[in-house]
Structure formats: C-alpha cells, structure tokens
Design a protein around this ligand. Structure first.
Ligand SMILES: [Zn+2]
Length: 319
C-alpha cells in the first residue's frame, strides 16, 4: 500500500464532509472506480471519481494534474478497464443460493433496531429486494427507496411499497416525501455508495420526525485488515466511494442534525458456501479445495457468523 506518497491530488470535487479540495493519495486498485484519497483537513477517505457519469471528467482532471505522472494515470486506466473481470469473481449461483441468509440478516438487523424503536413509519434507503422491509411489516408502516430497477421491481412483487430511484426524487402515491413524516430511516451498506452522503443525510433529516431514528451500517476503514491488506481489503469494490471511520461518520451525522446514540462493530451471518466463494477472491486454489470438502460433508448450508471488525452500525437521533 502506498499510503505515504509525497504528493497531493487536486480533487475534481470538494470533500463531501468538510468542503476542502486538498486530499492525499492513499492507493489505487482496479477494485475501485478511481484513486482512493484522504482529505488532509478532515481525514475522510473517498474515491476521487464521484460517480460513473463523471468518470471521464475526473480522469481528465487527474491527467492534467502536474503532480501525477501521466503513465501512472494510464496504468490506472488500464487497471480500471479490468473491473469487469474483477467483478466476475462474484459467482451468480452462490449469490442466488444466499437468499435464506439475506432474510436471516434482515431479521437480525430488525431485532437490533427494535432495541431503540418498535413501531411507526420506517423508510429504508437501498432496500434492494425488500428483505428488511418484509421482516419489518408486522411492526412498522414500511416504505423503500431502491436505485436498481430490477431489485426495486422484485421488492414490489413481494408486496413492498418501493420507489425506484433516488431519495431526493422519491414519491409516495405521487407525492414527494413530506417533512417530518418518518419515525425511522435505515441504510444498510448504502451510504458508502452515494455521490454525496451529506446530501442524503440532509434529506433524511428533512423527512424524519424530530427525535426520529437513523440506522446506518457501513464499512469502517479504521481497522486492522485495511492496514494489513491495503488494496486487497474486502470492502474495496467498484461501487464503494466513501470509506468512513467512527470519527468521520460521527462528524457527518452531527453536522447534518443527528446525535449518535450507539456506534459499534457489526457482524454478518452467511452460508459456508458464500464464505468459501469470498475466500476465492483472495486465493482461488484454497477456495476450490474448501468447496470440494464442503460439498462432500454437506457443509454448504451451514450458517457462519463473522465479525471482522471492519463494519460499523450506528443509531442516531434526529435533533
Ligand atoms: Zn474533508
């Protein structure tokens, strides 16, 4: 990991947390959609490319930056073009078999949330195919927002009220989401994907009632795995743009009108099959050997609980 390269990057967009445009280079990897940088002012870690739409512009900007050698930019562009190959490491049959564990995780997240709030109107941003909202239906009046059209349609087919698009455009029955109309907003592995987490939390502050609850689960980059593995840390995938620490997420929440009540590590339940597939991202021969053993001993459907300490879940109240 090249964490101490002696140059800065003039970022094409201001830091989403503090507005500064002075960031230091952290690393480059084809697993991300652009170079990873750290704001020198507030320490927020983020990918320079704010969205795929702005990818070309961002690379142009980097190419024009005199502090980075042009061949380095070209090498990064070649690596970026390998993104699809990288993504091929996701095995479709494994992902499809994982549905029971997605439902298990949804129930566990709901149970955890209910320690703070037991009912009312629940808004989930990035609800995917609706597992969490389906689990919550008995106790909450639920509404989802999902950017992916196919996932959103699946959620609706399952009976989840779900808007396909961005939070800022979301409508219920043709009406924009009203001010102070929700008791809870939940975002599980979503905030790191937004072009501007600050804009999303500002909008959630608008739609939440005073005293309403915000639940966020996101990777925590202040962990030993990132320090050990660098660019090979499992949370580096092309869709991830922002990597928070407890300090930076706390500052973002406070500045957008939320008070953090609890922040701790969050684990994950998954099948042995998925775990072995993920190990394949690091070492294919090991994964193949484990996969054969697992199949022989009918181990694929066993539930594995992991907590690497690199994911945090927080609960905050709207001020
Ligand atoms: Zn900053």
């Amino acid at each position: 990991m090249n964490s101490n390269l002696p140059f800065s990057i003039s970022t094409p967009q201001a830091c989403d947390l503090c507005g500064a445009t002075d960031a230091e280079f952290v690393l480059s990897t084809n697993r991300l959609d652009g170079p990873l940088v750290r704001c020198r002012n507030c320490q927020l870690v983020y990918v320079v490319v704010g969205s795929r739409d702005r990818k070309e512009a961002a690379w142009d900007n980097l190419g024009n930056c005199p502090t980075i050698a042009s061949e380095q930019v070209a090498a990064e562009m070649v690596r970026l073009s390998e993104r699809a190959k990288e993504l091929a490491l996701v095995e479709p049959h494994v992902e499809q078999s994982e549905q029971p564990w997605r439902e298990l995780m949804a129930r566990e997240r709901l149970g955890d949330l209910k320690r703070f709030v037991g009912g009312g109107r629940l808004l989930e941003i990035g609800c995917s195919t609706g597992e969490m909202l389906l689990a919550a239906k008995d106790s909450f009046d639920t509404f989802g927002v999902e950017a992916d059209a196919i996932s959103s349609r699946t959620a609706r087919e399952r009976g989840v009220q779900c808007f396909n698009g961005a939070l800022a455009d979301a409508q219920i029955a043709g009406e924009k989401l009203a001010d102070a109309s929700f008791d809870v907003a939940a975002l599980y592995h979503v905030i790191e994907h937004f072009p501007s987490p600050r804009a999303e939390l500002t909008e959630l502050h608008r739609v939440l009632k005073p005293g309403g609850w915000l639940a966020i689960e996101t990777p925590n980059i202040a962990n030993v795995w990132f320090r050990l593995l660098g660019a090979r840390w499992r949370q580096f995938i092309p869709d991830h743009i922002f990597f928070f620490t407890p300090q930076t997420i706390r500052r973002l929440c406070e500045e957008t009108g939320f008070e953090i009540v609890e922040l701790r590590n969050a684990g994950k339940a998954m099948s042995a099959r998925l775990l072995i597939s993920r190990i394949g991202r690091y070492h294919q021969p090991t994964a193949r050997a484990l996969s054969a053993i697992s199949r022989q001993f009918n181990f694929d459907d066993r539930t594995i609980r992991l907590n690497f300490g690199d994911v945090m879940r927080l609960y905050a109240r709207r001020k």
